[in-house]
Ligand binder design. Structure first.
Ligand SMILES: C[S@@+](CC[C@H](N)C(=O)[O-])C[C@H]1O[C@@H](n2cnc3c(N)ncnc32)[C@H](O)[C@@H]1O
Length: 202
């Protein structure tokens, strides 16, 4: 199974596609104490996090590989703060370097075979800014739509790619704060929150 644009367009199509309309609880918890600035939401889906960030005063760039998701997100976001929607595949191409005070990835899959993509995404964080990566804590033997989650970076694996110009603030597995959607079994999330130092130590 290839998770290309068609795959994600199909996931986002139809009315029963399971998108809650609410921001992700870990994002809300982790961003509450940050000063609003420029945020990049990678794999924004139907824009629930982007709308919440904009409502809190962030200037949001919300990106997704799926045109269907972006069309829905733009429709839902009409009249909500400062959001620019961008059609991009940030596994294949790098986002602008050092351009954002917050880069958030909520349940976004980066293949372990492509650590350069993970590094480029981290590099989009400006000095002093925050990288937030959240995923489901899935067993290594589980599969989703024929895809093995163990082929993709967990937040902790991305933490291991960060050099001394970062402070790791959170790197943990924690119980989900909301019940999993119907059909899902994961009870825990994995969370990385890292801050890029203003002046890296030599
Ligand atoms: C599991 S969904 C999560 C959506 C949203 N972040 C949320 O938490 O509701 C993953 C999202 O990433 C998008 N996506 C998958 N691969 C992508 C890629 N290579 N580049 C950009 N977006 C991608 C999908 O279209 C989908 O919207």
């Amino acid at each position: 199974m290839i998770m290309d644009e068609k795959f994600w367009d199909d996931m986002h199509s139809g009315s029963g596609s399971g998108w809650s309309g609410n921001p992700n609880p870990v994002l809300v918890q982790q961003v509450a104490d940050l000063k609003p600035g420029r945020a990049l939401d990678i794999g924004c889906g139907q824009g629930d996090d982007a709308r919440w960030l904009a409502s809190k005063g962030w200037t949001v760039t919300a990106s997704d590989i799926s045109s269907v998701a972006l069309a829905r997100a733009a429709e839902r976001a009409e009249g909500t703060g400062d959001i620019t929607f961008v059609h991009a595949d940030y596994v294949a191409e790098a986002p602008a370097a050092a351009a954002f005070d917050l880069v958030t990835l909520q349940y976004f899959a980066i293949p372990k075979a492509n650590p350069a993509a993970a590094r480029a995404i981290a590099d989009a964080v400006a000095p002093g800014g925050t990288l937030l990566v959240v995923n489901h804590d899935v067993g290594a033997d589980q599969e989703w739509n024929g895809i093995k989650p163990s082929d993709f970076f967990e937040p902790h694996g991305i933490a291991e790619l960060l050099d001394e110009s970062w402070t790791i603030e959170v790197d943990e597995t924690r119980p989900r704060s909301t019940a999993p959607p119907a059909g899902a079994h994961h009870t825990h999330d994995t969370v990385l929150r890292a801050r890029r130092l203003l002046r890296p130590t030599a």
